[in-house]
Design a protein around this ligand. Sequence first.
Ligand code: ADP
Ligand code: MG
Length: 340
Amino acid sequence: MKRTEISTLGEFGLIDRIAEKNTLRQASTLKSIGDDAAVIDNSDCMTVVSTDLLMEGIHFDLAYTPLRHLGYKAVVVNVSDIYAMNAVPKQITVSIGISNRISVEAIDELYEGIFQACKFYNVDLVGGDTTSSMSGLVISVTAIGQAAAEKLVYRNGASVGDIICVTGDLGAAYLGLQILIREKQIWQQHPDIQPELGESTYLIEKILKPEARKDMIELFANAGLRPTSMMDISDGLASELHHICKQSGVGVYIEEAQVPIHADAKMTAINFGLDPITCALSGGEDYELLFTVSPSDLEKVRYMPDIYIIGEITDKADGIKLHTEGGKIHPITAQGWVHF
Ligand code: ADP
Ligand code: MG
């Protein structure tokens, strides 16, 4: 029997391989594997479904992740995928695998965060599953949302000339994580030294307690704006641009100077010897929205709060390019782009 390492395919290659072998049988399955969420046609409205799995040691480290924040974030990352379809989340299910290190009080704390997020995002917890785990704490959340068919926004709707926008700012979560990792290392070597997190509140909140952009979906609805394509930024802007371009069959031209990066993120990147734009492109876990709008909607987005125009959709043949502040043009790789 041939044995191929997963690393030869990578996460997206593996998902593509599963998707190729997947047979759809239901006419109501409107969108299957490949977008932020699946879409099920209930004739009167569309049901949108998304799942995420969080594993201790891979997605979070309990040494610096309060369980309340973890519960909150587990919900946020899922409702974020529903908003990324321009839909409204309604219900969630939560499944947990519990290691013997976890107490009842710890589970109480985790669910405090889950319930807090349910309240903020106006969703109901309607079920789940509980099992023991041999590999640390595991949390899987499924979010179910709704939208009218004509409101849904996919990754494949961008066309040449569309304007590319992002919400909020990018790279902060990644830099918050770097601070937490550094403080954990210092603490492991010198348990008597108190962590110095005071001046990094914004970055640390971005990694431990991100919010999904519910406000943006409401803003679009009120302004009568329907993006042509959209996704949330979970893996980093560079990777997400590749998804939009691949699925829409287009290229992209990004202005480095227009990519929003928080002042604290810039300063921290430099302190770590990192390039701020590389953190913004490759950092991930921002849970901001990346979307495109038709040029005729430029006036609508131009004055919307917390939305930044970062570039334009180009022909597929033009590739995925970054126009640097130094005036050079570089291809953006899926892993991000590194200054030479
Ligand atoms: P996101 O970062 O938005 O959560 P992912 O990159 O995890 O999205 O997933 C991309 C697409 O692949 C989604 O449609 C998701 O449902 C699907 N997918 C991911 N893993 C699997 C799997 N093991 N089996 C089937 N579909 C999967
Ligand atoms: Mg997503």
